[in-house]
Design a protein around this ligand. Structure first.
Ligand code: PRP
Length: 207
């Protein structure tokens, strides 16, 4: 499984703002928005393009556009904060939604919502979720996509823990990960260390 770490200075400065416990919700959401733009930009490097003719004010030339724009799938709640930035860079894209909440005792995901096309064969998917901790939530989401025929999944996240990356690797699902950082570990509550806390709570408040 390919893992791309976007260690660009601008990405790392936004990540640092998100890690800082003093950052308020509005600034956290702004940093996530900007960082997502950078992650999408890097993820899109490998997207195939097609040419088409355009005419400038001076002369005809070849233009480019994405040959197959991806379906965007934010994982609620925390992935919602990445949706607008991703759609801004990929305005041709459609969007699906998956709602998952991690059980505080078992740490396994509980699905409470899904709104996805029934057929995803031939459609690349960009999954948006800031955190890969145990990897359970992303594995669940990517399995939903693979069950619909998807064979090209890119997971965009802000932070990933080694255990989560290993779980996604073991899943055998057709995916790659684009992240701003690989953190060192999980604590007893399965929070990423050093991490940034709970990305859902920090954007939208505690439940
Ligand atoms: C967080 C996060 C991921 C998941 C990561 O969501 O946004 O979806 O946990 O943990 P995992 O890799 O161990 O599955 P959470 O369940 O807290 O829900 P929220 O987005 O509504 O806050």
């Amino acid at each position: 499984m390919d893992v791309l770490v976007v260690d660009h200075p601008l990405a790392q400065s936004r990540l640092t703002a998100m890690r800082d416990a003093r950052t308020d919700s509005a600034s956290f959401r702004a940093a996530l928005h900007e960082l997502t733009t950078m992650l999408v930009y890097e993820a899109a490097r490998s997207f195939p393009v097609e040419t088409y003719p355009v005419t400038t004010p001076v002369a005809p030339t070849d233009g480019f556009r994405l040959a197959n724009p991806p379906l965007l799938v934010p994982v609620l709640r925390a992935g919602l904060g990445m949706a607008d930035a991703a759609l801004g860079l990929l305005p041709e894209s459609s969007m699906g939604f998956v709602g998952l909440a991690r059980d505080e005792v078992t740490f396994e995901p509980r699905a409470y919502m899904e709104s996805l096309p029934t057929e995803l064969a031939g459609i690349p998917v960009l999954v948006l979720d800031p955190m890969v901790a145990t990897g359970g939530s992303l594995e669940h989401c990517c399995r939903l996509l693979a069950d619909r025929g998807c064979t090209d999944i890119t997971v965009l996240c802000v932070l990933a823990a080694p255990a989560g990356i290993e779980r996604l690797e073991r899943s055998g699902l057709p995916l790659r990960v684009v992240t701003a950082a690989l953190d060192t570990a999980l604590n007893d509550h399965r929070f990423i260390v050093p991490g940034l806390g709970d990305a859902g709570d920090r954007q939208f408040g505690g439940m």
